[in-house]
Design a protein around this ligand. Structure first.
Ligand code: G
Ligand code: G
Ligand code: MN
Length: 280
């Protein structure tokens, strides 16, 4: 089995997406949304919690290997081959169809965070496409927060800003993802109306033993507080890291320590709720 398969032992027990064609060629039907919960770290929480916050994570079914692939390689591939806008829209459509089919689920959820490539954000028709999907599936816009990754060039800033503002007027929010790992982070915070920051998971590795990472995380969390933006730390793999982050002023976290990503189904989202409430 290839090493980029996601947790092979577990995914062997998780079957392919419904109606997936049995051929190894990339196709939107091979995509399936998984999700990971966010949890408050320590006592301070920046926002009144309505219910569990979750991040949607794309996984790609590999029919030859019989497992799901993690997104790193196939997202990069889609960006290179101009397919990322289609992939991101497939993900949004699948998530909204799921939420739209379950009004009670929508009422119980806090925020659903969906990753969008910076390339997708730069596409002029994105705002209208998302609003049309919200309308078609009857999903509240304020349930959604889009995480923008800066791995690829963000393209025309004016277009990105217009799309963000149009969706924000309907209640959607925007987070800057992978903060601290690229070159444009600070400039993007200045130029675009982000409402929260997600610290790149690479800072969490060895955080507990590394004064440099601790200084950088404290600096980013202080800056976010001054800007009035909530901060989420990603990639938390131990209780020690979670405790250290709380000391450094980070108020939200996610990672394997709290929750291994799992397929996004109504049943799984429903059972996410009491656990998160207990952790608060
Ligand atoms: O787990 P892994 O390190 O392979 O994740 C790689 C990247 O894929 C992460 O930065 C994550 O933000 C991104 N990602 C996950 N799901 C999606 C998605 O639906 N769309 C986009 N554009 N990126 C995603
Ligand atoms: O950049 P972004 O945060 O969107 O990346 C999310 C990716 O990181 C997902 O594909 C997810 O599977 C992976 N991920 C989530 N939690 C952890 C963790 O605790 N450790 C590591 N190494 N990866 C994680
Ligand atoms: Mn993300």
């Amino acid at each position: 089995m290839n090493s980029s398969c996601f947790t092979p032992l577990r995914t062997r027990t998780i079957g392919p997406p419904a109606r997936v064609p049995a051929r190894p060629r990339w196709d939107g039907r091979h995509l399936r949304p998984f999700f990971q919960r966010l949890v408050p770290l320590g006592a301070a929480v920046d926002r009144p919690a309505r219910g569990p916050h979750v991040e949607v994570l794309a996984r790609l079914w590999d029919p030859l290997a019989g497992c799901y692939r993690t997104p790193g390689p196939f997202i990069a591939d889609a960006e290179r081959h101009d397919r990322i806008g289609t992939l991101d829209r497939h993900m949004v459509a699948q998530v909204l169809a799921l939420l739209g089919a379950c009004p009670a689920l929508q009422a119980g959820l806090g925020q659903v965070m969906i990753n969008l490539s910076a390339v997708t954000l730069g596409q002029a028709d994105l705002g209208d496409d998302i609003l049309a999907l919200l309308d078609r599936h009857g999903v509240r816009a304020d349930l959604l927060c889009f995480e923008i990754t800066e791995t690829a060039a963000i393209g025309p800033l004016a277009q990105a800003r217009r799309t963000m503002q149009a969706l924000q007027r309907h209640g959607c929010r925007f987070a800057l993802d992978d903060f601290g790992s690229g070159h444009a982070s600070f400039a993007l915070l200045r130029d675009l109306p982000f409402e929260s920051i997600k610290l790149d998971g690479s800072f969490m590795r060895e955080l507990d033993h590394d004064p440099v990472r601790q200084a950088l995380v404290r600096c980013m969390s202080d800056m976010a507080r001054q800007l009035g933006l909530p901060v989420v730390a990603e990639g938390i793999e131990s209780a020690a890291t979670a405790r250290r982050l709380a000391e450094l002023g980070v108020t939200w976290g996610q990672g394997f320590h709290f929750h291994r990503p799992e397929p996004m189904t109504a049943a799984a989202l429903r059972t996410a709720e009491p656990e998160v409430a207990a952790e608060r």
